[in-house]
Design a protein around this ligand. Structure first.
Ligand SMILES: [Zn+2]
Length: 187
């Protein structure tokens, strides 16, 4: 084994350890509690019976890319990951929810839980709805000027988008109480 092959081997072994770590717990409730205040993003996938499939983190503030073998991808029904600040789903999160054809996608943040449920007729066709999301965020920010930061604008935009496409979008506080659309206090 050459040094180069060895380092490639070690590198992929390390990636695999991170790929399938269960450091945040084995059931959804445990994972949600344990990742909420992490200073980096952690993502976990569950199947439709609530069994954990995998967990992944890159131990960095940046978005988690969840890479899974195909046989696991087919089983994935629920994805949960944390955002370090109180911010709703990103465009990347919407793309992942659609690509994995998730039934439920959850983002946990220090103060909230954000939920997205796949519409009964499936995720919207194409990627226009995701482009629309970015455009809506900018529009809302411009129309509200200083009263609206990016996080608030994203939340309002996603609420509008979800209504339009039949996606159920909900936000709760840490006790599970629903937060009305205009009352989200984001940093
Ligand atoms: Zn995210």
């Amino acid at each position: 084994m050459t040094e180069e092959t060895l380092s490639t081997y070690i590198e992929s072994a390390i990636n695999n350890i991170q790929h399938n770590t269960s450091e945040s717990g084995n059931n959804l409730q445990e994972v949600m509690t344990n990742i909420r205040h992490r200073p980096y993003e952690v993502g976990a996938m569950f199947d439709c019976c609530g069994q954990k499939i995998c967990e992944k983190t890159n131990h960095s503030y940046e978005a988690v890319v969840v890479a899974m073998p195909d046989e696991w991808r087919d089983l994935a029904n629920l994805m949960v990951h944390n955002h370090v600040i109180d911010r709703t789903f990103s465009t990347g999160d919407l793309i992942a929810s659609k690509n994995f054809d998730l039934g439920i996608s959850i983002v946990v943040t220090p103060s909230y839980n954000f939920y997205l449920f796949r519409p009964t007729k499936g995720w919207p066709e194409g990627n226009e709805w995701i482009e629309e999301y970015s455009i809506l965020i900018k529009k809302i920010q411009q129309s509200r000027r200083h009263n609206c930061n990016w996080a608030t604008a994203s939340h309002l935009a996603l609420d509008e988008l979800a209504n339009h496409y039949g996606i159920i979008y909900r936000v709760t506080d840490l006790h599970g109480n629903s937060i009305p659309k205009e009352e989200l206090k984001v940093s």
